[in-house]
Design a protein around this ligand. Structure first.
Ligand code: AMP
Length: 553
Protein backbone atom coordinates (compact mmCIF):
# COMPACT_ATOMS: atom_id res chain seq x y z
CA UNK A 1 0.00 0.00 0.00
CA UNK A 2 1.04 3.61 -0.40
CA UNK A 3 2.68 4.87 2.77
CA UNK A 4 0.01 6.55 4.84
CA UNK A 5 0.42 10.30 4.97
CA UNK A 6 -1.65 13.28 5.96
CA UNK A 7 -3.21 16.04 3.90
CA UNK A 8 -1.08 18.61 5.69
CA UNK A 9 2.10 16.67 4.87
CA UNK A 10 1.17 16.87 1.19
CA UNK A 11 1.57 20.63 1.42
CA UNK A 12 -2.07 21.66 1.46
CA UNK A 13 -2.91 24.89 3.19
CA UNK A 14 -4.59 25.04 6.52
CA UNK A 15 -8.02 26.07 5.24
CA UNK A 16 -8.18 23.08 2.93
CA UNK A 17 -6.92 20.68 5.59
CA UNK A 18 -9.59 22.03 7.95
CA UNK A 19 -12.31 21.62 5.31
CA UNK A 20 -11.31 17.99 4.80
CA UNK A 21 -11.29 17.30 8.52
CA UNK A 22 -14.76 18.80 8.76
CA UNK A 23 -15.89 16.44 6.00
CA UNK A 24 -14.55 13.50 7.99
CA UNK A 25 -11.76 12.56 5.56
CA UNK A 26 -9.10 10.92 7.70
CA UNK A 27 -6.27 10.43 5.22
CA UNK A 28 -5.53 10.90 1.53
CA UNK A 29 -6.49 8.08 -0.82
CA UNK A 30 -3.58 6.63 -2.86
CA UNK A 31 -4.32 8.79 -5.86
CA UNK A 32 -4.48 11.89 -3.69
CA UNK A 33 -1.20 10.98 -1.99
CA UNK A 34 0.48 10.70 -5.38
CA UNK A 35 -1.16 13.52 -7.30
CA UNK A 36 -1.47 16.43 -4.90
CA UNK A 37 2.24 17.18 -4.46
CA UNK A 38 3.12 17.42 -8.18
CA UNK A 39 -0.07 19.33 -8.94
CA UNK A 40 0.75 21.91 -6.28
CA UNK A 41 4.12 22.37 -7.98
CA UNK A 42 2.28 23.13 -11.19
CA UNK A 43 3.13 19.94 -13.05
CA UNK A 44 0.84 18.53 -15.74
CA UNK A 45 -0.64 15.19 -14.83
CA UNK A 46 -1.97 12.13 -16.60
CA UNK A 47 -3.90 9.93 -14.22
CA UNK A 48 -5.61 6.64 -14.80
CA UNK A 49 -8.24 6.38 -12.11
CA UNK A 50 -11.91 5.53 -12.00
CA UNK A 51 -14.72 6.97 -9.95
CA UNK A 52 -14.37 5.90 -6.36
CA UNK A 53 -10.63 6.50 -6.11
CA UNK A 54 -10.99 10.02 -4.73
CA UNK A 55 -9.77 11.60 -7.98
CA UNK A 56 -12.02 14.64 -7.65
CA UNK A 57 -10.29 15.85 -4.50
CA UNK A 58 -6.94 14.90 -6.06
CA UNK A 59 -7.35 17.59 -8.72
CA UNK A 60 -9.69 20.00 -6.94
CA UNK A 61 -7.58 20.62 -3.84
CA UNK A 62 -4.46 21.76 -5.73
CA UNK A 63 -6.40 23.98 -8.09
CA UNK A 64 -8.08 25.63 -5.12
CA UNK A 65 -4.74 26.16 -3.44
CA UNK A 66 -3.28 27.68 -6.60
CA UNK A 67 -6.17 30.14 -6.79
CA UNK A 68 -5.07 33.71 -6.22
CA UNK A 69 -6.60 35.69 -3.35
CA UNK A 70 -10.21 36.55 -3.96
CA UNK A 71 -11.34 39.81 -5.46
CA UNK A 72 -8.38 40.20 -7.77
CA UNK A 73 -10.25 39.24 -10.90
CA UNK A 74 -13.56 38.05 -12.21
CA UNK A 75 -12.51 35.53 -14.81
CA UNK A 76 -11.96 31.92 -13.65
CA UNK A 77 -8.55 30.48 -12.81
CA UNK A 78 -9.58 26.89 -13.33
CA UNK A 79 -11.81 25.01 -15.74
CA UNK A 80 -12.90 21.42 -15.21
CA UNK A 81 -14.51 19.56 -18.10
CA UNK A 82 -16.71 16.58 -17.32
CA UNK A 83 -18.73 14.32 -19.64
CA UNK A 84 -22.16 14.61 -18.03
CA UNK A 85 -24.31 17.08 -16.22
CA UNK A 86 -24.45 14.73 -13.26
CA UNK A 87 -20.69 14.54 -12.94
CA UNK A 88 -20.29 18.29 -13.50
CA UNK A 89 -22.69 18.94 -10.64
CA UNK A 90 -20.96 16.43 -8.41
CA UNK A 91 -17.49 17.86 -9.06
CA UNK A 92 -18.77 21.37 -8.63
CA UNK A 93 -20.38 20.55 -5.29
CA UNK A 94 -17.27 18.78 -4.04
CA UNK A 95 -15.01 21.64 -5.12
CA UNK A 96 -17.33 24.12 -3.45
CA UNK A 97 -17.19 22.18 -0.18
CA UNK A 98 -13.41 21.85 -0.24
CA UNK A 99 -12.94 25.52 -1.08
CA UNK A 100 -15.53 27.05 1.20
CA UNK A 101 -13.06 28.37 3.75
CA UNK A 102 -11.01 29.91 0.95
CA UNK A 103 -14.10 31.66 -0.33
CA UNK A 104 -13.86 29.87 -3.67
CA UNK A 105 -16.65 30.67 -6.11
CA UNK A 106 -17.47 27.55 -8.11
CA UNK A 107 -19.97 27.47 -10.95
CA UNK A 108 -21.33 24.45 -12.77
CA UNK A 109 -22.32 25.06 -16.38
CA UNK A 110 -24.16 22.41 -18.31
CA UNK A 111 -26.78 22.10 -20.97
CA UNK A 112 -30.38 21.95 -19.88
CA UNK A 113 -29.97 24.61 -17.22
CA UNK A 114 -31.27 28.08 -18.17
CA UNK A 115 -28.28 29.98 -19.49
CA UNK A 116 -29.44 33.24 -17.86
CA UNK A 117 -28.43 32.15 -14.37
CA UNK A 118 -25.04 31.06 -15.61
CA UNK A 119 -24.52 34.42 -17.33
CA UNK A 120 -25.33 36.35 -14.17
CA UNK A 121 -22.93 34.28 -12.10
CA UNK A 122 -20.17 34.57 -14.68
CA UNK A 123 -20.59 38.30 -14.76
CA UNK A 124 -20.41 38.52 -11.00
CA UNK A 125 -17.14 36.61 -11.10
CA UNK A 126 -16.19 32.97 -10.50
CA UNK A 127 -12.97 31.18 -9.64
CA UNK A 128 -13.66 27.68 -10.91
CA UNK A 129 -15.96 26.65 -13.75
CA UNK A 130 -17.03 23.03 -13.99
CA UNK A 131 -18.82 22.28 -17.21
CA UNK A 132 -19.77 19.88 -19.91
CA UNK A 133 -17.83 20.54 -23.13
CA UNK A 134 -20.88 21.45 -25.21
CA UNK A 135 -22.09 24.17 -22.88
CA UNK A 136 -18.59 25.53 -22.33
CA UNK A 137 -18.17 25.92 -26.11
CA UNK A 138 -21.52 27.76 -26.20
CA UNK A 139 -20.23 30.24 -23.65
CA UNK A 140 -16.95 30.70 -25.50
CA UNK A 141 -18.83 31.41 -28.73
CA UNK A 142 -21.11 33.91 -27.00
CA UNK A 143 -18.11 35.62 -25.49
CA UNK A 144 -19.48 35.08 -22.00
CA UNK A 145 -16.66 32.91 -20.66
CA UNK A 146 -13.23 34.46 -20.51
CA UNK A 147 -10.57 31.77 -20.46
CA UNK A 148 -7.57 34.06 -20.79
CA UNK A 149 -6.69 33.93 -17.09
CA UNK A 150 -6.96 30.18 -16.65
CA UNK A 151 -4.12 28.58 -14.75
CA UNK A 152 -5.43 25.03 -14.73
CA UNK A 153 -7.58 22.92 -17.04
CA UNK A 154 -8.81 19.52 -15.92
CA UNK A 155 -10.24 16.91 -18.25
CA UNK A 156 -12.19 14.57 -15.99
CA UNK A 157 -13.22 11.15 -17.33
CA UNK A 158 -11.59 11.92 -20.66
CA UNK A 159 -12.44 8.52 -22.13
CA UNK A 160 -16.12 9.10 -21.52
CA UNK A 161 -16.01 12.58 -23.00
CA UNK A 162 -14.48 11.14 -26.17
CA UNK A 163 -17.02 8.31 -26.23
CA UNK A 164 -19.74 10.92 -26.10
CA UNK A 165 -18.38 12.69 -29.16
CA UNK A 166 -16.82 15.70 -27.44
CA UNK A 167 -13.40 15.39 -29.13
CA UNK A 168 -13.79 18.52 -31.29
CA UNK A 169 -15.25 20.54 -28.44
CA UNK A 170 -12.34 19.62 -26.20
CA UNK A 171 -9.85 20.65 -28.88
CA UNK A 172 -11.66 23.96 -29.38
CA UNK A 173 -11.72 24.65 -25.64
CA UNK A 174 -8.06 23.85 -25.14
CA UNK A 175 -7.19 26.13 -28.09
CA UNK A 176 -8.97 28.98 -26.32
CA UNK A 177 -6.91 28.62 -23.13
CA UNK A 178 -3.46 30.10 -22.36
CA UNK A 179 -0.61 27.95 -23.63
CA UNK A 180 1.20 28.06 -20.29
CA UNK A 181 -1.72 26.59 -18.37
CA UNK A 182 -1.41 23.48 -16.22
CA UNK A 183 -3.26 20.56 -17.79
CA UNK A 184 -4.60 17.59 -15.85
CA UNK A 185 -6.20 14.60 -17.49
CA UNK A 186 -7.99 11.80 -15.65
CA UNK A 187 -9.40 8.79 -17.40
CA UNK A 188 -10.55 5.38 -16.20
CA UNK A 189 -9.09 3.75 -19.31
CA UNK A 190 -6.29 4.84 -21.63
CA UNK A 191 -7.33 4.04 -25.18
CA UNK A 192 -5.15 5.51 -27.91
CA UNK A 193 -7.52 8.43 -28.47
CA UNK A 194 -7.02 9.56 -24.91
CA UNK A 195 -3.31 9.03 -25.22
CA UNK A 196 -3.29 11.20 -28.33
CA UNK A 197 -4.94 14.10 -26.53
CA UNK A 198 -2.48 13.68 -23.67
CA UNK A 199 0.48 13.75 -26.05
CA UNK A 200 -0.82 16.84 -27.83
CA UNK A 201 -1.81 18.89 -24.83
CA UNK A 202 0.16 17.78 -21.77
CA UNK A 203 3.74 18.85 -21.14
CA UNK A 204 5.99 16.29 -19.53
CA UNK A 205 3.16 15.03 -17.34
CA UNK A 206 3.50 13.08 -14.12
CA UNK A 207 1.86 9.74 -14.77
CA UNK A 208 -0.20 8.04 -12.13
CA UNK A 209 -1.78 4.69 -12.48
CA UNK A 210 -3.94 3.34 -9.70
CA UNK A 211 -4.19 -0.46 -9.84
CA UNK A 212 -0.93 -0.65 -11.64
CA UNK A 213 0.18 -4.09 -10.74
CA UNK A 214 -1.48 -7.33 -9.87
CA UNK A 215 -1.13 -8.41 -6.28
CA UNK A 216 1.46 -11.15 -5.94
CA UNK A 217 -0.09 -14.59 -6.16
CA UNK A 218 -1.24 -15.92 -2.83
CA UNK A 219 -1.43 -12.51 -1.23
CA UNK A 220 -5.18 -12.19 -1.45
CA UNK A 221 -6.89 -14.56 0.96
CA UNK A 222 -9.46 -17.08 -0.16
CA UNK A 223 -12.66 -15.39 0.68
CA UNK A 224 -16.12 -15.57 -0.83
CA UNK A 225 -16.42 -12.22 -2.56
CA UNK A 226 -19.62 -10.62 -3.73
CA UNK A 227 -20.80 -7.21 -4.75
CA UNK A 228 -24.19 -5.58 -4.91
CA UNK A 229 -24.82 -2.71 -7.28
CA UNK A 230 -27.20 -0.22 -5.70
CA UNK A 231 -27.95 3.46 -6.03
CA UNK A 232 -26.63 5.54 -3.16
CA UNK A 233 -30.08 6.30 -1.79
CA UNK A 234 -30.83 2.59 -1.32
CA UNK A 235 -27.55 1.63 0.28
CA UNK A 236 -28.61 1.59 3.94
CA UNK A 237 -31.62 -0.61 3.25
CA UNK A 238 -29.62 -2.84 0.90
CA UNK A 239 -26.92 -3.33 3.50
CA UNK A 240 -29.49 -4.20 6.14
CA UNK A 241 -30.95 -6.87 3.92
CA UNK A 242 -27.65 -8.35 2.93
CA UNK A 243 -26.67 -8.54 6.60
CA UNK A 244 -30.00 -10.13 7.50
CA UNK A 245 -29.46 -12.87 4.97
CA UNK A 246 -25.78 -13.35 5.73
CA UNK A 247 -26.20 -13.25 9.54
CA UNK A 248 -22.53 -12.57 10.22
CA UNK A 249 -21.16 -13.67 13.55
CA UNK A 250 -19.04 -10.53 13.58
CA UNK A 251 -18.38 -8.05 10.79
CA UNK A 252 -16.48 -4.89 10.03
CA UNK A 253 -18.28 -2.42 7.80
CA UNK A 254 -15.82 -0.02 6.17
CA UNK A 255 -16.93 3.54 5.42
CA UNK A 256 -15.15 6.44 3.80
CA UNK A 257 -15.68 9.20 6.31
CA UNK A 258 -16.42 9.80 9.98
CA UNK A 259 -19.84 11.17 9.11
CA UNK A 260 -20.68 8.04 7.18
CA UNK A 261 -19.50 5.87 10.08
CA UNK A 262 -21.71 7.74 12.55
CA UNK A 263 -24.83 7.81 10.44
CA UNK A 264 -24.56 4.19 9.34
CA UNK A 265 -23.98 3.03 12.91
CA UNK A 266 -27.16 4.77 13.91
CA UNK A 267 -29.11 3.23 11.02
CA UNK A 268 -27.86 -0.26 11.82
CA UNK A 269 -28.65 0.09 15.50
CA UNK A 270 -32.13 1.22 14.54
CA UNK A 271 -32.41 -1.99 12.61
CA UNK A 272 -31.67 -4.09 15.62
CA UNK A 273 -27.97 -4.72 15.11
CA UNK A 274 -25.49 -4.13 17.85
CA UNK A 275 -23.23 -1.81 15.89
CA UNK A 276 -20.33 0.25 17.20
CA UNK A 277 -18.62 3.18 15.50
CA UNK A 278 -14.84 3.38 15.26
CA UNK A 279 -13.08 6.35 13.68
CA UNK A 280 -10.17 8.70 14.16
CA UNK A 281 -12.30 11.11 16.15
CA UNK A 282 -12.48 8.77 19.15
CA UNK A 283 -10.17 8.91 22.15
CA UNK A 284 -8.02 5.89 22.97
CA UNK A 285 -10.33 5.13 25.86
CA UNK A 286 -13.46 5.16 23.70
CA UNK A 287 -11.65 3.01 21.19
CA UNK A 288 -10.71 0.45 23.80
CA UNK A 289 -14.29 0.29 24.99
CA UNK A 290 -15.57 -0.32 21.46
CA UNK A 291 -13.02 -3.06 20.89
CA UNK A 292 -13.87 -4.59 24.23
CA UNK A 293 -17.55 -4.80 23.29
CA UNK A 294 -16.69 -6.40 19.99
CA UNK A 295 -14.32 -8.94 21.53
CA UNK A 296 -16.74 -9.63 24.36
CA UNK A 297 -19.42 -10.16 21.73
CA UNK A 298 -21.81 -7.57 23.08
CA UNK A 299 -21.43 -5.91 19.69
CA UNK A 300 -21.55 -7.73 16.38
CA UNK A 301 -20.87 -5.02 13.85
CA UNK A 302 -17.99 -2.61 13.82
CA UNK A 303 -18.49 0.36 11.52
CA UNK A 304 -15.09 1.90 10.83
CA UNK A 305 -12.84 3.98 8.63
CA UNK A 306 -9.65 2.44 7.26
CA UNK A 307 -7.50 4.58 9.48
CA UNK A 308 -9.31 3.60 12.67
CA UNK A 309 -9.31 -0.09 11.78
CA UNK A 310 -5.62 -0.18 10.99
CA UNK A 311 -3.78 -2.82 12.94
CA UNK A 312 -6.97 -4.10 14.47
CA UNK A 313 -7.28 -7.81 14.88
CA UNK A 314 -10.52 -9.56 15.74
CA UNK A 315 -10.41 -13.30 15.86
CA UNK A 316 -14.00 -14.21 15.30
CA UNK A 317 -14.58 -11.88 12.35
CA UNK A 318 -16.59 -13.62 9.62
CA UNK A 319 -17.50 -10.77 7.26
CA UNK A 320 -15.88 -7.69 5.83
CA UNK A 321 -18.27 -5.22 4.26
CA UNK A 322 -17.16 -2.40 1.98
CA UNK A 323 -19.96 0.13 2.22
CA UNK A 324 -18.28 1.81 -0.76
CA UNK A 325 -15.85 0.46 -3.31
CA UNK A 326 -12.41 1.02 -1.73
CA UNK A 327 -10.30 3.74 -3.28
CA UNK A 328 -7.63 1.32 -4.55
CA UNK A 329 -7.25 -2.43 -5.03
CA UNK A 330 -4.58 -2.50 -2.34
CA UNK A 331 -7.06 -1.17 0.19
CA UNK A 332 -9.52 -3.88 -0.84
CA UNK A 333 -6.97 -6.64 -0.40
CA UNK A 334 -5.92 -5.21 2.92
CA UNK A 335 -9.48 -5.05 4.19
CA UNK A 336 -10.57 -8.51 3.17
CA UNK A 337 -7.36 -9.95 4.60
CA UNK A 338 -9.04 -9.60 7.98
CA UNK A 339 -11.24 -12.61 7.36
CA UNK A 340 -10.67 -16.07 5.97
CA UNK A 341 -7.66 -16.66 8.17
CA UNK A 342 -6.43 -19.97 9.47
CA UNK A 343 -8.55 -21.87 7.00
CA UNK A 344 -11.81 -20.43 8.28
CA UNK A 345 -14.42 -19.23 5.85
CA UNK A 346 -14.52 -15.52 5.23
CA UNK A 347 -16.95 -13.40 3.31
CA UNK A 348 -16.31 -10.04 1.64
CA UNK A 349 -19.25 -7.94 0.55
CA UNK A 350 -18.99 -4.74 -1.44
CA UNK A 351 -21.72 -2.24 -2.16
CA UNK A 352 -21.00 -0.41 -5.39
CA UNK A 353 -22.85 2.46 -6.98
CA UNK A 354 -23.63 2.00 -10.67
CA UNK A 355 -20.81 4.38 -11.61
CA UNK A 356 -18.30 2.33 -9.68
CA UNK A 357 -18.36 -0.79 -11.88
CA UNK A 358 -15.03 0.04 -13.35
CA UNK A 359 -13.36 0.12 -9.98
CA UNK A 360 -14.75 -3.33 -9.19
CA UNK A 361 -13.31 -4.62 -12.41
CA UNK A 362 -9.92 -3.14 -11.66
CA UNK A 363 -9.95 -4.83 -8.29
CA UNK A 364 -10.79 -8.15 -9.92
CA UNK A 365 -7.99 -7.72 -12.39
CA UNK A 366 -5.51 -6.74 -9.79
CA UNK A 367 -6.34 -9.54 -7.33
CA UNK A 368 -6.95 -12.13 -10.04
CA UNK A 369 -10.08 -13.12 -8.17
CA UNK A 370 -13.67 -12.99 -9.15
CA UNK A 371 -16.18 -10.79 -7.39
CA UNK A 372 -19.67 -12.10 -8.04
CA UNK A 373 -22.22 -9.41 -8.67
CA UNK A 374 -25.38 -10.50 -6.92
CA UNK A 375 -28.87 -9.16 -6.52
CA UNK A 376 -29.86 -7.46 -3.32
CA UNK A 377 -32.13 -9.88 -1.47
CA UNK A 378 -35.74 -9.19 -2.32
CA UNK A 379 -38.48 -8.71 0.21
CA UNK A 380 -39.50 -12.31 -0.46
CA UNK A 381 -35.96 -13.58 0.16
CA UNK A 382 -35.94 -11.73 3.40
CA UNK A 383 -39.26 -13.08 4.53
CA UNK A 384 -38.26 -16.64 3.85
CA UNK A 385 -35.00 -16.10 5.67
CA UNK A 386 -36.79 -14.60 8.67
CA UNK A 387 -39.30 -17.44 8.74
CA UNK A 388 -36.40 -19.83 8.65
CA UNK A 389 -34.88 -18.11 11.69
CA UNK A 390 -38.17 -18.26 13.57
CA UNK A 391 -38.47 -21.94 12.72
CA UNK A 392 -34.97 -22.58 14.01
CA UNK A 393 -35.71 -20.65 17.21
CA UNK A 394 -38.89 -22.65 17.83
CA UNK A 395 -37.00 -25.83 17.13
CA UNK A 396 -34.51 -25.00 19.84
CA UNK A 397 -37.30 -24.36 22.33
CA UNK A 398 -38.84 -27.71 21.45
CA UNK A 399 -35.54 -29.49 21.96
CA UNK A 400 -35.07 -27.81 25.32
CA UNK A 401 -38.38 -29.38 26.36
CA UNK A 402 -39.21 -27.11 29.28
CA UNK A 403 -42.67 -26.05 28.20
CA UNK A 404 -44.67 -27.32 31.17
CA UNK A 405 -45.34 -23.87 32.53
CA UNK A 406 -47.37 -23.00 29.43
CA UNK A 407 -49.65 -26.03 29.38
CA UNK A 408 -52.50 -24.21 31.11
CA UNK A 409 -52.56 -21.51 28.44
CA UNK A 410 -52.76 -24.13 25.73
CA UNK A 411 -55.49 -26.03 27.56
CA UNK A 412 -57.71 -23.01 27.93
CA UNK A 413 -57.31 -22.07 24.28
CA UNK A 414 -57.89 -25.55 22.90
CA UNK A 415 -61.38 -25.49 24.36
CA UNK A 416 -62.19 -22.98 21.70
CA UNK A 417 -59.58 -23.46 18.95
CA UNK A 418 -57.86 -26.22 17.14
CA UNK A 419 -54.29 -26.95 18.38
CA UNK A 420 -52.87 -26.14 14.96
CA UNK A 421 -54.50 -22.71 15.03
CA UNK A 422 -53.08 -22.03 18.46
CA UNK A 423 -49.66 -23.16 17.33
CA UNK A 424 -49.81 -20.86 14.30
CA UNK A 425 -50.79 -17.93 16.49
CA UNK A 426 -47.82 -18.66 18.75
CA UNK A 427 -45.50 -18.85 15.73
CA UNK A 428 -46.80 -15.51 14.54
CA UNK A 429 -46.17 -13.96 17.91
CA UNK A 430 -42.66 -15.37 18.12
CA UNK A 431 -41.92 -14.26 14.57
CA UNK A 432 -43.08 -10.70 15.08
CA UNK A 433 -41.25 -10.47 18.37
CA UNK A 434 -37.92 -11.20 16.70
CA UNK A 435 -38.33 -9.48 13.35
CA UNK A 436 -40.12 -6.34 14.52
CA UNK A 437 -42.77 -4.49 12.61
CA UNK A 438 -42.59 -4.30 8.83
CA UNK A 439 -41.13 -0.95 7.80
CA UNK A 440 -39.42 0.84 4.93
CA UNK A 441 -37.72 -2.40 4.02
CA UNK A 442 -40.87 -3.84 2.67
CA UNK A 443 -40.54 -1.77 -0.50
CA UNK A 444 -38.50 -3.43 -3.19
CA UNK A 445 -35.24 -1.79 -4.16
CA UNK A 446 -35.16 -1.03 -7.88
CA UNK A 447 -32.72 -3.33 -9.61
CA UNK A 448 -29.70 -1.65 -11.12
CA UNK A 449 -28.24 -3.29 -14.17
CA UNK A 450 -25.04 -5.09 -13.33
CA UNK A 451 -22.20 -4.78 -15.79
CA UNK A 452 -22.79 -7.07 -18.74
CA UNK A 453 -19.77 -9.28 -18.17
CA UNK A 454 -20.76 -10.02 -14.60
CA UNK A 455 -21.80 -13.42 -13.50
CA UNK A 456 -24.81 -12.45 -11.44
CA UNK A 457 -27.59 -14.93 -10.87
CA UNK A 458 -29.72 -15.68 -13.87
CA UNK A 459 -32.78 -13.46 -14.08
CA UNK A 460 -35.12 -16.39 -14.13
CA UNK A 461 -36.16 -17.17 -10.62
CA UNK A 462 -38.28 -20.10 -9.61
CA UNK A 463 -37.34 -23.71 -9.23
CA UNK A 464 -35.23 -25.72 -11.63
CA UNK A 465 -37.03 -28.52 -13.49
CA UNK A 466 -37.78 -31.57 -11.42
CA UNK A 467 -35.82 -34.75 -11.99
CA UNK A 468 -38.20 -37.55 -11.18
CA UNK A 469 -40.91 -38.51 -8.76
CA UNK A 470 -39.89 -40.78 -5.89
CA UNK A 471 -42.52 -43.03 -4.36
CA UNK A 472 -41.65 -42.42 -0.71
CA UNK A 473 -39.44 -39.41 -0.50
CA UNK A 474 -38.32 -36.87 2.04
CA UNK A 475 -37.27 -33.39 1.17
CA UNK A 476 -33.98 -32.02 2.47
CA UNK A 477 -33.21 -28.36 2.98
CA UNK A 478 -29.68 -27.27 2.05
CA UNK A 479 -28.72 -23.74 2.99
CA UNK A 480 -26.84 -22.90 -0.21
CA UNK A 481 -28.38 -21.93 -3.52
CA UNK A 482 -27.81 -20.23 -6.83
CA UNK A 483 -26.14 -17.27 -5.17
CA UNK A 484 -23.39 -19.62 -4.04
CA UNK A 485 -23.14 -21.04 -7.55
CA UNK A 486 -24.81 -24.33 -6.61
CA UNK A 487 -26.09 -26.36 -9.57
CA UNK A 488 -28.09 -29.61 -9.52
CA UNK A 489 -25.01 -31.60 -10.48
CA UNK A 490 -23.16 -30.24 -7.44
CA UNK A 491 -25.85 -31.58 -5.15
CA UNK A 492 -26.01 -34.93 -6.91
CA UNK A 493 -22.22 -35.11 -6.76
CA UNK A 494 -22.13 -34.34 -3.04
CA UNK A 495 -24.89 -36.83 -2.19
CA UNK A 496 -23.60 -39.72 -4.27
CA UNK A 497 -20.02 -39.02 -3.18
CA UNK A 498 -20.79 -39.01 0.53
CA UNK A 499 -23.66 -41.46 0.96
CA UNK A 500 -24.65 -44.88 -0.32
CA UNK A 501 -27.16 -43.38 -2.79
CA UNK A 502 -26.62 -43.38 -6.52
CA UNK A 503 -27.77 -40.67 -8.90
CA UNK A 504 -30.90 -42.65 -9.76
CA UNK A 505 -32.06 -42.59 -6.15
CA UNK A 506 -32.26 -38.83 -6.03
CA UNK A 507 -35.58 -37.17 -6.82
CA UNK A 508 -36.59 -33.61 -7.56
CA UNK A 509 -34.03 -30.85 -7.03
CA UNK A 510 -35.08 -27.26 -6.68
CA UNK A 511 -32.58 -24.47 -6.40
CA UNK A 512 -33.55 -21.02 -5.14
CA UNK A 513 -31.20 -18.08 -4.73
CA UNK A 514 -30.18 -18.89 -1.19
CA UNK A 515 -31.12 -22.49 -0.58
CA UNK A 516 -31.91 -25.75 -2.32
CA UNK A 517 -34.38 -28.57 -1.76
CA UNK A 518 -33.58 -32.15 -2.72
CA UNK A 519 -35.83 -35.20 -2.54
CA UNK A 520 -34.24 -38.43 -1.37
CA UNK A 521 -35.79 -41.78 -0.42
CA UNK A 522 -37.23 -41.44 3.10
CA UNK A 523 -35.25 -44.44 4.34
CA UNK A 524 -31.98 -42.73 3.44
CA UNK A 525 -32.84 -39.19 4.52
CA UNK A 526 -31.02 -39.28 7.85
CA UNK A 527 -27.97 -40.88 6.33
CA UNK A 528 -27.79 -38.17 3.65
CA UNK A 529 -28.26 -35.36 6.18
CA UNK A 530 -25.42 -36.70 8.31
CA UNK A 531 -23.20 -37.18 5.27
CA UNK A 532 -23.81 -33.72 3.83
CA UNK A 533 -23.21 -32.03 7.17
CA UNK A 534 -19.71 -33.45 7.16
CA UNK A 535 -18.84 -32.30 3.69
CA UNK A 536 -18.66 -29.07 1.72
CA UNK A 537 -20.69 -28.04 -1.28
CA UNK A 538 -18.99 -25.60 -3.64
CA UNK A 539 -16.28 -25.30 -1.05
CA UNK A 540 -18.66 -24.24 1.68
CA UNK A 541 -20.29 -25.83 4.69
CA UNK A 542 -24.04 -25.72 4.42
CA UNK A 543 -26.93 -26.08 6.81
CA UNK A 544 -28.57 -29.42 5.99
CA UNK A 545 -31.76 -30.75 7.53
CA UNK A 546 -35.10 -32.30 6.78
CA UNK A 547 -37.20 -29.64 5.11
CA UNK A 548 -39.75 -27.92 7.30
CA UNK A 549 -42.23 -27.62 4.52
CA UNK A 550 -42.22 -24.41 2.58
CA UNK A 551 -41.14 -24.56 -0.99
CA UNK A 552 -38.84 -22.16 -2.82
CA UNK A 553 -40.50 -19.58 -4.90
P1 AMP B 1 -14.36 10.30 -6.45
O1 AMP B 1 -13.51 9.11 -6.86
O2 AMP B 1 -13.64 11.57 -6.59
O3 AMP B 1 -15.69 10.27 -7.13
O4 AMP B 1 -14.62 10.17 -4.87
C1 AMP B 1 -15.34 9.11 -4.33
C2 AMP B 1 -15.87 9.41 -2.94
O5 AMP B 1 -14.83 9.36 -1.99
C3 AMP B 1 -16.54 10.75 -2.76
O6 AMP B 1 -17.76 10.50 -2.08
C4 AMP B 1 -15.61 11.54 -1.89
O7 AMP B 1 -16.33 12.41 -1.05
C5 AMP B 1 -14.91 10.47 -1.10
N1 AMP B 1 -13.53 10.77 -0.75
C6 AMP B 1 -12.58 11.32 -1.55
N2 AMP B 1 -11.40 11.41 -0.90
C7 AMP B 1 -11.59 10.89 0.34
C8 AMP B 1 -10.74 10.70 1.47
N3 AMP B 1 -9.46 11.04 1.46
N4 AMP B 1 -11.29 10.14 2.58
C9 AMP B 1 -12.59 9.79 2.59
N5 AMP B 1 -13.44 9.93 1.56
C10 AMP B 1 -12.95 10.48 0.44
Amino acid sequence: MTTPTTFAALGLREELVAALAALGYEEPTPIQAEAIGPLLEGRDLLGQAATGTGKTAAFALPLLQRMEPRGRRNAPVALVLAPTRELAMQVSEATHRYGRQLGARVLPVYGGQPIGRQLRELERGVDVVVGTPGRVVDHINRGTLDLSTLRTVVLDEADEMLDMGFADDIEAILEATPAERQTVLFSATMPSRVDKIARRHLRDPVRILIAREAAPAGEAPKVRQSAYVVARAHKPVALGRVLDVESPEAAIVFCRTREEVDSLTETLNGRGYRAEALHGGLSQEQRDKVMGRLRGRTADLLVATDVAARGLDVDHLTHVVNYNVPSAPEAYVHRIGRVGRAGREGVAITLAEPREHRMLKQIERSTGQRINVEKVPTVADLRSRRLELTRAALHEVLIADDLEGYAAVLDSLTDEYDVVQVALAAVKLAHEATTGPAGEDEADIPTVAARPESSGPSPSRGPRPARKQLADSTRLFIGLGRAAGVRPQDLVGAITGESSLSGRDIGAIEIADRFALVEVPSGSADEVVQALRKTKIKGRKATVRLDAGYAPR
